[in-house]
Design a protein around this ligand. Structure first.
Ligand code: CAA
Length: 297
């Protein structure tokens, strides 16, 4: 069960970070996207990140080149056929994911391990789109943004995952230079189970006038040493993503703490997605490095 060749599905923010991490750890890595344009966009992000590491001296120019040489891109599923593991980081849509897994199941060799980077969709629900033998080789590998920097990976086991495959996945997480934690297939796993109610509570506190955007962010940063306050983090993760995760968690657990507050829903409806759309809890359009808080309440 040696892993040599890694396939990554999707070259967006998470997929490109996962591909970069795998290639940096010495794995031959191939990334599949739907178009050359999206591939190029993802690879430009990888290049930028590698250059940051090179400028800091974390990697040498030779290592940067070797990482690049281990990375390739494709728009065809067939090129992933002989990968030892395929990590999926495509759009968070269950139908899309099931369709992709069913196709991949037919194409990949029987030994290939399937892993999903989903943050909120049930691994079990995706897994059932594949054949019974593949279902035992199906896990979750949930990384955190920015993937090349964040040390954690949640390794998710379903009730059908083979024990040896699971241990192999834990080992693979370590080989990637991450710290793996073991998590069950419960929506949100460990991190989002705790993070999502916290972020939603911060929005409720804002709505109730407990504090301003800046004061709540400053409190959590300076009072607790968090790298970002909840609103800066929400804008960083994406408010559409946060809303989507909260909806799935609310549907799973039917608990109020996972229910997205009205303000979050309205922000998403209004296209305030955070950094990616230029505005969220902060406005990044004038000076992205010094964003100004939005007037929302
Ligand atoms: N590639 C290479 N280097 C990077 C990088 C990248 N993509 N992103 C950041 N860095 C480096 C910077 O070069 C810098 O390096 P030095 O300290 O050596 O100079 C370092 O990381 C810190 O970056 P910055 O100075 O730009 O900014 P910062 O100090 O605020 O750190 C951060 C940025 C690492 C993102 C930090 O703010 C942080 O840890 N934030 C919290 C991120 C977080 O919580 N992520 C999880 C989100 S939840 C999720 O992803 C999962 C989900 O399911 C929703």
């Amino acid at each position: 069960m040696e892993i040599k060749r890694v396939g990554v599905l999707g070259c967006g923010l998470m997929g490109s970070g996962i591909a970069q991490t795998a290639a940096s750890a010495g794995f031959e890595t191939i990334v599949r996207e739907v178009s050359d344009e999206l591939l190029q966009k993802g690879f430009a992000g990888i290049e930028k990140s590698l250059s940051r590491f090179a400028e800091k001296g974390t990697i040498t120019a030779e290592q940067q080149k070797a990482i690049r040489d281990r990375l390739s891109g494709t728009t065809s599923f067939a090129d992933l056929a002989d990968c030892d593991i395929v990590i999926e980081a495509i759009i968070e849509n269950i139908e899309e994911k099931r369709k992709t897994y069913a196709e991949l199941d037919r194409i990949c060799k029987p030994e290939t391990i399937f892993a999903s980077n989903t943050s909120s969709i049930s691994i079990t629900e995706m897994m059932t789109a594949t054949s019974p033998s593949r279902q035992q080789r199906f896990i979750g590998l949930h990384f955190f943004n920015p993937v090349p920097i964040m040390k954690l990976v949640e390794v998710v086991k379903t009730i059908l995952t083979d024990d040896a495959i699971y241990e192999r996945a834990i080992e693979f997480g370590k080989q990637l230079g991450k710290v793996p934690v073991r998590a069950g297939d419960k929506t949100g796993f460990i991190v989002n189970r705790l993070l999502v109610p916290y972020m939603l509570d911060a929005i409720r506190a804002l709505e109730e006038g407990v504090g301003s955007i800046v004061d709540i962010d400053t409190s959590m940063k300076l009072g607790l040493g968090y790298p970002m306050g909840p609103f800066t983090l929400g804008d960083f993760v994406g408010l559409d993503t946060t809303y989507y995760i909260a909806e799935i968690m609310f549907n799973e657990f039917r608990e109020k703490r996972f229910a997205p507050p009205p303000l979050l829903k309205r922000m998403v409806l209004a296209g305030l997605y955070g950094r990616k759309s230029g505005r969220g809890f902060y406005d990044y359009t004038k000076d992205p490095k010094n964003p100004t808080p939005m007037k929302l309440v």
